[in-house]
Design a protein around this ligand. Structure first.
Ligand code: CMX
Length: 133
């Protein structure tokens, strides 16, 4: 694993949160993107070498809708940049971590992604992400 690629924050209303975080950071999101397969609408703020991703649920069965219902808005996941996601998934599975998808899936911002179950990582949802070439 290399640097923290982004931090994901679950929000109820993406447009309101875009305004709020734009005021906080003094800049606007560089990108907004819906990922239908994940049931999310996202926006990204560049913060030096890393990013903040805001996530709003677009469906009731979205992981973000469930998270907000159970825990309220807040930090949802930490994403780490990896060079070779297949190799990293294999390595982490051999170390006993549970991958939540057997194959990398397409995520926002031109990434291949995979999540690890938070029960194995002290209650923190970890995402691996590799830039799609
Ligand atoms: N961080 C930490 N713990 C989390 C969590 C999160 N983001 N989301 C759920 N949990 C916890 C729950 O609180 C619960 O804990 P307890 O057993 O102590 O109550 C446990 O995980 C299981 O939760 P659950 O409600 O039974 O199961 P869910 O159906 O909510 O599934 C999870 C949880 C992590 C397996 C599921 O959300 C998942 O597969 N996530 C990966 C995909 C994802 O998050 N997509 C959205 C982002 C997409 C993007 O970034 O583009």
């Amino acid at each position: 694993m290399r640097k923290i690629e982004h931090l994901g924050i679950a929000v109820k209303d993406l447009q309101k949160s875009n305004e709020l975080f734009s005021k906080l950071f003094g800049r606007v999101p560089y990108k907004e993107e819906r990922v239908e397969s994940e049931g999310v609408a996202t926006s990204f703020f560049m913060m030096g070498e890393t990013k903040i991703e805001l996530l709003e649920a677009t469906r009731e069965d979205s992981a973000i809708a469930k998270f907000i219902e159970k825990r309220g808005e807040g930090i949802h996941h930490i994403a780490f940049d990896v060079e070779d996601i297949h190799a990293e998934m294999k390595r982490l599975q051999a170390e006993g971590f549970t991958v939540l998808n057997e194959q990398p899936k397409e995520g926002a911002d031109n990434k291949l992604i995979c999540f690890l179950h938070p029960k194995d990582t002290n209650g923190v949802l970890i995402e691996l992400c590799q830039e799609r070439k």
